[in-house]
Design a protein around this ligand. Structure first.
Ligand code: SAH
Length: 269
């Protein structure tokens, strides 16, 4: 009887996995991986059997989940080390509880190795710190999609990051207003955070529906409130000068205040 290690692959390219995650992945006999994980991670465990068990978007996929649970148990019973590789962090919107429970019921040992969740990669890609001194003291990470497929939004923290909202930004904007956020609240949308073609756009709640086209068909997180606010321009300049002195500053500061892709992020090929 083997064991199962859940590993957070991070939200983008293979190098966002943790060192511990990479080491454990290299020991795997079987890897059950999700759709949003970088195929380049295969190089870390080239001799393992790689099985794709990904699903995209919300649907009533309890059967699919049961199949994954059964596969985990089956492979753990027939090999030494099974890795369950999940996009981002395994504990964030990844059905981890069902899989841990299935393993516990079968008496199989498990371990969880954390990963960088999409909200954090989006903050990094857009250079928008999620916490701000003074008015950004709390953070909420929320799925905007309910079990019935409706949109739901709240105002429980100074900064709220919404996962799984990309397809319904107009509905999200309406729910945010219902939840009491003022129309002019800053909103930052980042899609494919952590990938070379990451895209960032700035909005307010009133203009959030405009983001749909820019981020269509790409996994995106929507950050609302204090943590979405663009940095003070003079601070941004000082910061960018420090980070990259070999590149002219002008090319790195958005001429329109940031409504287009962030200048430090290569745009789509
Ligand atoms: N466990 C994952 C989240 C899985 S839910 C994590 O910790 O990041 C899937 C949702 O995550 C997507 O609908 C999207 O909202 C978000 N997401 C995943 N990868 C992303 C990425 N690279 N950039 C932006 N959002 C991403």
């Amino acid at each position: 009887m083997g064991a199962v290690v859940f590993i957070g692959a991070g939200p983008g390219t293979a190098d966002l996995i943790t060192v511990r995650g990479a080491r454990r992945l290299a020991e795997a006999d079987v890897v059950l991986y999700d759709a949003l994980t970088d195929p380049a991670l295969r190089d870390l465990a080239p001799l393992a059997q790689w099985l794709h068990v990904g699903k995209r978007g919300f649907r009533d996929d309890s059967t699919g989940q049961q199949d994954i649970n059964a596969l985990l148990v089956h492979h753990a019973q027939h090999s030494k080390l099974v890795v369950r590789l999940k996009g981002g962090d395994p504990s964030m919107f990844g059905r981890l509880e069902e899989e841990l429970e299935a393993l516990a019921e079968a008496g199989i040992a498990s371990e969880v190795i954390p990963g960088v969740t999409a909200a954090l990669a989006a903050a990094a890609a857009s250079k928008r710190p999620l916490t701000r001194r003074g008015d950004g003291r709390s953070l909420s990470m929320t799925t905007a999609m309910t079990r019935t497929g409706d949109m739901h939004a709240t105002r429980t923290a100074d900064t709220e990051v919404f996962y799984m909202a990309g397809k319904q930004l107009a509905a999200l904007a309406a729910r945010l207003i219902d939840a009491g956020w003022p129309e002019g609240t800053p909103v930052s949308v980042v899609s494919r955070a952590g990938w070379p073609d990451a895209r960032h756009s700035d909005h307010t709640i009133a203009t959030l529906p405009d983001a749909s086209e820019q981020h269509a068909g790409r996994p995106a997180v929507v950050t609302v409130g204090a943590g979405a606010r663009p940095l003070n321009a003079s601070l941004t300049e000082a910061n960018l000068t420090q980070v990259s002195s070999d590149e002219p500053l002008k090319s790195r500061v958005p001429p329109d205040g940031g409504t287009s892709s962030s200048p430090s992020i290569p745009s789509e090929p």
